[in-house]
Design a protein around this ligand. Structure first.
Ligand code: 3H9
Length: 680
């Protein structure tokens, strides 16, 4: 495939790069740019050069798939040296997104013109990296140190107009980008202007820059917890002020290589590809296209049903919320309106938009009426097989032929639900995580008979909803809950050995989890996690808590005591219960190191992940990782349990599990034995 072509427009040459899907700056593209630019610089008939990309975007950055191996020459700085050494203006004409190395290339040019809807940015931080091709040196020289901090540590791309205000873009194309770029290049050539950002000085002196950098860190403390790159970025931006340009560039490269070598960056890059891989369903026939979904019915107006309805309203679909209990429907609809208006109050959407979405909501108490014209009906009632089957019988009767019937069950057998309908091929699981309008994870559960186009519809809906959709097979708890349950079980076991809940939670949050197991149980309700009131006999700490009415935050007490603002404190009462259990179980109390506790909590997760994979419940290890990151607050900089297991060492994990007599997954054992890994 030809990557580069040269077009002439009089004395202006356009160097066009075409490397789908996103014109990433891999070796082939760099070679094409290098050769093309050198030829045009040497060509006396050319007075100015425009760099453009074909396809949907300008360069989306360095080719991330090349990372981890030595990056070959010419590297980006070699190419930028050709541009900056040119005696004729080189300008970038940006459409789509100019990101990372792509934007750095633009900054190395003499001028930048962008279409009004283009976006530019330096998002390397989200890959655990820093801009390694001058981004941290040129940005402060043109937009100022403070803006550079926002752009590079924050990492969010900005629109072309904002970039223009900041001086990062020189011109916004009014008409056709190509024509405007050629005209702009010609003017620059005529005026003999060759401005180079490298020749400018940053806006602040060393002292002022140091103060700005310290203030940034103080204002954004959370960006620096666990993540390694933000700190390296601060050092690199400081170098832009303390060193001359070339020394700064060298320092930036050293810091870039440091960042690249961190396990945090490896984890974050893994998550980047995991998110994209998750969308792909193995073995789906090419003609299995998503079915149109315009009208949705949600059955069950509780917290989950209302959250699901809100998620669909947010993407502009018409939703009918149904519940037999008229009061519940009214409360559900009221809650949805409140949530949407709160979005407007926070300035996230316009007030009219909130009202438009509320206007898309209908309510009803009769399934038959509500689902008659729905393309998709989602059941979100409580976890009771008989109830769900009764609802699915009714849905099957009432829904139009071809309509998809989905269950939001979090652990019941989807095939047993599908079996009561006359259309098991149209039945699917759509397992949302609470709050359904916010959490990014959606498990799309494929039943034994679910048709390929129904699977495709579930995955496409996930993407439209702005979620990460993961395909799961049918098993108790599906992927994320099933895996997390092993950690909950391990934590309960540690209680019996006398380890306090808050100690366990602290070990988990120190690792970077959004919350520890016991904080989580208090949040969702200690009673809802499989407490059987009739058979409760104080056999576990959980049973004792439930019997004592300590059901978690909603009761003001669970594993923790809560004040009226729901702030937790360790409970002396629970401490005594844990001590009593430990004494009864005859386990000799001893000290556990944090590292040992972490192993006890997380090795079972890796083991269960391996089982989920081996059974074909998950398609790939990275799906498990992204599920835990988006569903359970696993820290992005750890990349999820499977890559963490690989980084920790699978033989070590197997040895520890064996020592505890655990049922070790054969797949895990195989990987540990032959030195292979889940994620490499
Ligand atoms: C960098 O530049 C470092 C430099 O400072 C220094 C170097 C020395 N590389 O997201 P999509 C693939 S770091 C390789 O679904 P969209 C992606 O995997 C880089 N591949 O599309 C997917 O492949 P597949 C800084 C890449 O339209 C396909 O393209 N840049 C890259 O929703 C489509 O992707 C970034 O971090 C890449 N750079 O969104 C930008 N980018 O089809 C990362 C994408 O096989 N990219 N792919 O699954 C993005 O943010 C989005 O892809 C973008 C398009 C917004 C561009």
């Amino acid at each position: 495939m030809t990557i580069s072509t040269i077009e002439r427009d009089g004395d202006v040459a356009l160097l066009l790069i075409d490397s789908p899907p996103v014109n990433a700056l891999g070796a082939a593209v760099r070679n094409a740019l290098d050769a093309g630019l050198k030829a045009l610089v040497a060509d006396d008939a050319v007075r100015a050069i425009v760099i453009r990309c074909r396809g949907r975007t300008f360069f989306a950055g360095a080719d991330i798939s090349e990372f981890g191996k030595p990056l070959g020459r010419p590297d980006l700085n070699d190419i930028f040296a050709v541009i900056e050494g040119s005696t004729k203006p080189v300008i970038s004409a940006i459409h789509g997104t100019a990101l990372g190395g792509g934007f750095e290339l633009a900054l190395a040019c003499h001028g930048r013109i962008a279409s009004a809807d283009a976006k530019v940015g330096l998002p390397e931080v989200s890959l655990g990296l820093l801009p390694g091709a001058g981004g941290t040196q040129r940005t402060p020289r043109i937009a100022g140190v403070e803006r550079a901090l926002d752009l590079i540590v924050g990492g969010a791309p900005i629109g072309a107009r904002r970039a223009h205000e900041l001086g990062l873009i020189d011109e916004i194309a009014i008409g056709d980008l190509r024509a405007d770029a050629v005209a702009y290049a010609r003017t620059m050539a005529a005026e003999r202007r060759l401005p180079r950002i490298r020749d400018r000085a940053p806006d602040l002196d060393v002292e002022a820059a140091k103060i700005a950098i310290a203030a940034y860190r103080e204002r954004n403390p959370r960006s620096f917890v666990g993540f390694k790159a933000p700190d390296l970025i601060l050092q690199s931006i400081e170098a832009a002020v303390t060193l001359d340009f070339d020394a700064g560039l060298k320092r930036e490269w050293e810091l870039f290589e440091q960042a690249m070598a961190t396990p945090e960056s490896a984890a974050q890059r893994h998550i980047f590809f995991a998110e994209r891989a998750a969308a792909k369903v193995q073995g789906l026939p090419a003609d299995a296209k998503p079915l149109p979904v315009v009208k949705v019915a949600v059955i069950g107006a509780g917290t989950m049903g209302s959250g699901i309805a809100t998620a669909f309203l947010n993407i502009g679909l018409s939703v009918t919320l149904v519940d037999r209990d008229a009061g519940a429907v009214e409360r559900g609809a009221g809650g949805i309106a409140k949530t949407l208006r709160a979005l407007a109050e926070k300035g996230r959407i316009k007030a009219e938009e909130a009202e438009r979405r509320i206007g898309l909501l209908n309510t009803g108490t009769e399934i038959g009426v509500a689902v008659a014209d729905a393309d998709l009906a989602i059941e979100a009632v409580y976890e009771d097989m008989a109830l769900k089957q009764a609802i699915f019988r009714e849905l099957d009767q009432a829904a139009k032929p071809g309509a998809i019937l989905a269950s939001n069950t979090s652990f019941l057998d989807l095939d047993a639900i599908a079996a009561v309908t006359g259309r098991p091929d149209r039945v699917i699981g759509l397992h949302f995580f609470a709050p359904a309008n916010i959490m990014r994870l959606l498990e799309v559960v494929r039943g034994a008979k679910t048709a390929p186009e129904v699977v495709a519809t579930g995955m496409a809906l996930g993407r439209k909803l702005g979620k990460v959709a993961i395909l799961s097979g049918v098993c108790h708890g599906f992927i994320a809950n099933r895996i997390m349950q092993t950690c909950v079980d391990a934590a309960q076991e540690l209680l019996l050995a006398g380890v306090m809940p808050w100690r366990i939670d602290r070990v988990m949050t120190d690792y970077g989890m959004a919350m520890g197991v016991f904080t989580m149980l208090d949040l969702v309700g200690v009673d809802v996690i499989g407490w059987d009131r009739a058979n409760s006999a104080g056999r576990t700490v959980q049973e004792v808590l439930c019997e004592a009415d300590r059901w978690g935050q909603k009761k003001g007490a669970g594993y923790y005591d809560y004040d009226d603002r729901r702030r937790p404190t360790p409970s002396l009462w629970v401490e005594q219960v844990v001590r009593d259990f430990a004494a009864k179980s005859g386990v000799e109390p001893r000290d556990y190191s944090d590292a040992e506790l972490l192993e006890r909590l997380f090795y079972p997760i890796v083991n269960e992940g391996a089982k989920v994979l081996d059974e074909g419940i998950a398609q790939r290890a990275s799906d498990i990782d992204i599920a835990m990151v988006t569903g359970y607050g696993w820290p992005v900089y750890r990349g999820g349990p499977m890559i963490w297991g690989d980084q920790t060492g699978l033989p070590k994990i197997v040895a520890a599990l064996d020592a505890r007599g655990a049922d070790v997954s054969p797949l895990l054992r195989r990987h540990a034995g032959d030195g292979t890994s889940f994620t490499a």
